[in-house]
Structures are given as structure tokens and as C-alpha cells.
Design a protein around this ligand. Structure first.
Ligand code: ZN
Length: 198
């Protein structure tokens, strides 16, 4: 029987994406053997994230400041807004450095199967941002999955009456491809070749 502390850490790690109970237990043992080095580093990194990271109430990004460094960066084009499903997608797109505007993170995608409706995503906040004015172009950068595309169409319909240029990432993205997994060249190409929704 492992101690309560080990069980608690193993079961917390086992809930991480991509880690099952077996690999979680192996990770715990690995850390215990390196308690003065890797374990201390991990504990400090976790505490740093816990203590300092907040969600930006404007765009949904995760940063050390609210509003985040992207929302407050004066060099960014406030007239262009890129809508993504998850923070990981925002980071992936921002690494490509081709989009100079700001972002809006939905916090997921519409899914009848998983019971995710519009009220579960930050679509209301997005509409409020757009209705407040000052934005000319909205880039719908949903993943090329069925649910991602359903979400993009839903948003396009909801903002149909606003005076905006609505574009989406060019097709040619692999179907089912998650933005986060694409190489930067492919992402940049999809962004450069973005086309009007319609
Ligand atoms: Zn922000």
C-alpha cells in the first residue's frame, strides 16, 4: 500500500490529459527519487502558476495580468479579432506571428454529443465585444472538425447583422486537425489565405 500522499499525487496526475493511472504512478516514483531537484522544480512551477496566472476577463487568455498582455499591447491591431476554441489555439496562432490583432477564446466548441450549448461558451461575451464597436474583421479560427465548423457557422449567423468582415481560416487544414498540433507554416498559410464566410 502506497502512502496517502503518493496516492493523492498519483490520482491528481492521472487526471491530466494523456496520463493514465499507470504512467501517473511511474511519474510519482520518478519524482520521489529526484526530490531535491525535479520534485522541487515541479512544486515551485505549480505554485507559480497557481499564485500568478489568471484568466483575462476580456479575451479568455491565461496570463499573469488581467487584462492580458495581448489585450493591452498597443502595437496590436484593435480592429481585428481572431476567435478560437481554446487557449492552446490562441498560443499556436500567436506563435505563427502572422495575426497582429487580438483574440477571443470561446472555451470549447458546440457539441450536441457532449451537451455543450452556446451558453456554455463565451459567445455572449464575444457578441458584447463586437457590438461595442471598433472591430472591423472577425477571423473564425475554429478547428477543422465537425464541431469546430458547426461552432463557426453558429457564430457567423449570430453576427450576420453587424457591420463586420467575417473570415475563416482557409481550408486545406487537415480534417480533424487541431490548431495546436499544426506546424507553424501550415497555420500561417491557413491564416494568410483566410476567406470570407458565406
Ligand atoms: Zn486578453
Amino acid at each position: 500500500m502506497a502512502s496517502q500522499e503518493i496516492e493523492a499525487l498519483a490520482s491528481a496526475l492521472a487526471r491530466l490529459p494523456g496520463l493514465g493511472p499507470r504512467s501517473a504512478r511511474r511519474a510519482v516514483l520518478w519524482l520521489i527519487k529526484r526530490r531535491e531537484t525535479s520534485l522541487v522544480q515541479l512544486a515551485e512551477a505549480l505554485e507559480g502558476v497557481r499564485a500568478r496566472l489568471v484568466e483575462c476577463q476580456t479575451c479568455g487568455n491565461v496570463d499573469t495580468a488581467d487584462p492580458c498582455s495581448i489585450c493591452t499591447d498597443p502595437r496590436r491591431d484593435a480592429r481585428a479579432l481572431c476567435v478560437v476554441e481554446e487557449v492552446a489555439d490562441l498560443w499556436a496562432l500567436d506563435r505563427s506571428r502572422l495575426f497582429t490583432g487580438r483574440y477571443h477564446v470561446l472555451g470549447g466548441r458546440l457539441s450536441a454529443l457532449e451537451g455543450v450549448g452556446p451558453e456554455d461558451l463565451s459567445i455572449g461575451k464575444l457578441l458584447a465585444r463586437l457590438e461595442a464597436g471598433g472591430i472591423d474583421e472577425v477571423v473564425l479560427a475554429m478547428n477543422a472538425t465537425l464541431e469546430g465548423q458547426t461552432t463557426a457557422h453558429y457564430i457567423a449567423e449570430r453576427i450576420d447583422t453587424l457591420p463586420l468582415r467575417v473570415t475563416q481560416l482557409a481550408h486545406g487544414l487537415p480534417v480533424g486537425g487541431e490548431l495546436d498540433y499544426l506546424d507553424e507554416g501550415t497555420l500561417a498559410q491557413a491564416l494568410r489565405a483566410r476567406r470570407p464566410v458565406g
